[in-house]
Ligand binder design. Structure first.
Ligand code: ZN
Length: 305
């Protein structure tokens, strides 16, 4: 548990035993702890142990804030709500429905992860409905003595929201302005299928900047010091990658070939921006998957036209 702002901490969930991949944020309030994006079900014990090492317990967690319900952000919500009878979960209304009944969420994850589902995500339990507080995206939450603003920020997921802690000026951006390697604030757009909407993602970045945040906190991974520079760089790379995918769709090749070529080109972009010792941390699988999300976006656009 590492401090990132006043009474605000990063907890590295060390997903699949790997540090620096999935971060939860822990906020202290007069009324117990807030955990933002509690992570996958497979890291609940790690979350509990890390809170204990820090001098708290899982029982101190009163509130969960969920940016979106992808399993690396919110797979643990059902299990935590079952263990913590006083827990309150804030999540967009569309996400709340899928947490209460994760059947469709799991079916869509299964199409991507197949036989690796259990190893990656563990047992995803339904969330008891009385714990859920559905959001629309313009709320102000009072959690203990802290004030949290909510904004609807679709683009990465249709039900994505971002949160601003009014006291510290820290904005929690989930995946909508991308990810970055720990300590290397080079934004990497995250565009897996099926919800990607490039225009909505760009607008969501502007919406977050309109808060004039002092700092950002992304789930992958951690604090970003200069929000305007980071979000503008994210928008530029997203636009560039999106154009590249659109051009690839005009070429005569299989989707797999197009996606491989895209992943290689995206890797080159990022390697040019990152120090050499970080190159091995770039995930080929994520870059390859990004092509499919952007390709789906363009195919939906062309059907609309
Ligand atoms: Zn996500």
């Amino acid at each position: 548990v590492i401090p990132v702002a006043e009474r605000t901490h990063l907890l590295d969930l060390e997903y699949l035993g790997r540090p620096g991949h999935v971060a939860s944020a822990v906020l202290e309030t007069r009324d117990g702890l807030v955990v933002l994006d509690p992570g996958p079900a497979t890291t609940v014990e790690r979350l509990s142990r890390e809170l204990e090492a820090w001098g708290a317990t899982l029982q101190d967690v009163r509130y969960l804030l969920v940016t979106h319900i992808h399993l690396d952000h919110a797979g643990a919500v059902g299990v935590l709500a079952a263990r913590l009878p006083r827990l309150t979960v804030y999540v967009h209304a569309v996400g709340a429905r899928h947490l209460a009944d994760p059947t469709r969420l799991l079916a869509s994850a299964e199409r991507i992860y197949g036989h690796r589902m259990h190893e990656l995500w563990g047992t995803v339990a339904p969330t008891r409905p009385d714990a859920l507080r559905p959001l629309e995206g313009a709320e102000t939450l009072r959690l203990g003595d802290r004030r949290i603003e909510v904004a609807f920020t679709p683009g990465h997921a249709q039900h994505h929201v971002a949160f601003l802690d009014a006291g510290t000026g820290l904005a929690f951006t989930g995946d909508v302005v991308g990810e970055h390697l720990p300590g290397s604030p080079i934004p990497i757009p995250v565009t897996p299928p099926p919800d990607i909407d490039v225009d909505a993602m760009l607008a969501s970045g502007d919406r977050i900047l309109a808060w004039r945040p002092t700092q950002l906190f992304t789930t992958h991974f951690g604090p970003v010091e200069d929000p305007p520079v980071y979000i503008r760089a994210h928008a530029a790379r997203l636009t560039h990658w999106s154009e590249r995918v659109r051009e690839s769709l005009a070429r005569n090749a299989s989707d797999e070939t197009r996606a491989r070529a895209f992943a290689a080109a995206a890797r080159q972009d990022l390697e040019a921006a990152l120090p050499a010792e970080r190159h091995a941390d770039l995930s080929e699988e994520t870059l390859y998957g990004n092509w499919f999300g952007l390709a789906r976006y363009w195919r939906v656009q062309s059907m609309k036209a």
